[in-house]
Design a protein around this ligand. Structure first.
Ligand code: FPP
Length: 232
């Protein structure tokens, strides 16, 4: 079986999972964190090199204050509590997005987790936090313009490869497989540039119900695809 080198996931449906059970939405997010743990472990076992998850979009700031605060607390708690496990699993943690938007207590834990796990050589787990694909592209253009102004690059030399080096994801290959849960057929402003040739897998399962067997189903489905990148 071909194992995708990089898997990206839109972890959707936590709220619906909780609603179906008459539970507060945050319980869905908590159970979603369990799914992330399980999927990360399975990625390590399968030899996936990069796992990028959409944990919080710039649009998510518009949710009620109580839910935003609960998500920030959950994320901070996850980062703190998970470090020994990330070390044991040899996982390197990274983050993309406008990280300066995050509350200080959360940013501190995030930087601590990133530094502590920096030398690990197993799966790289990339958390997309306060992330927007369009914003990333605009930030990339601004970074390019600064380089041009400084005379470091010539505008005529800009191509897809040069531009990719100005995105938050410059250190990672493009995703091979995008998984979206809860049946929605949308990209929702996630990795707009990087998903150009990515295979998509949409399942109606809600994210808190998505575990190792579901990841293996997605990888098997990916193996049925023929990737031609626009060629024959
Ligand atoms: C989408 O479900 C999910 C999110 C907005 C947050 C994702 C967060 C987690 C999985 C929590 C764990 C993550 C970390 C890094 C600890 P939704 O709330 O949009 O669900 P709905 O569409 O059913 O309302």
């Amino acid at each position: 079986m071909t194992i995708p080198r990089h898997i990206a996931i839109i972890m959707d449906g936590n709220g619906r999972w909780a609603k179906q059970r008459g539970l507060p939405r945050i319980r869905g997010h908590e159970e979603g964190a369990e799914s992330l743990r399980a999927v990360l472990t399975a990625c390590g076992e399968q030899g996936v090199e990069f796992l990028t998850v959409y944990a919080f979009s710039t649009e998510n700031w518009k949710r009620p204050k109580t839910e935003v605060a609960a998500l920030m607390r959950l994320l901070t708690h996850f980062l703190k509590k998970e470090i020994p496990d990330l070390m044991a699993k040899n996982v390197r943690l990274q983050a993309i997005g406008r990280l300066t938007d995050l509350p200080d207590f959360c940013r501190r834990e995030l930087h601590n987790a990133i530094e502590t796990t920096a030398q690990n050589t197993g799966v790289t787990l990339v958390l997309a936090l306060s992330y927007s694909g369009r914003m990333e592209i605009i930030d990339g253009i601004q970074s390019l313009l600064r380089e041009i102004k400084l005379g470091h690059i010539d505008a005529a030399m800009i191509d897809a490869e040069v531009f990719s080096k100005h995105l938050y994801t410059r250190y990672y290959p493009d995703p091979d497989l995008l998984i979206r849960t809860s049946g929605e057929m949308r990209i929702s402003n996630f990795l707009l540039w990087q998903l150009s040739y990515t295979e998509m897998y949409v399942t109606t399962k809600l994210w808190p119900d998505f575990r190792k067997p579901d990841l293996l189903d997605a990888i098997r489905d990916y193996n049925q695809r023929q990737r031609r990148y626009g060629g024959l």
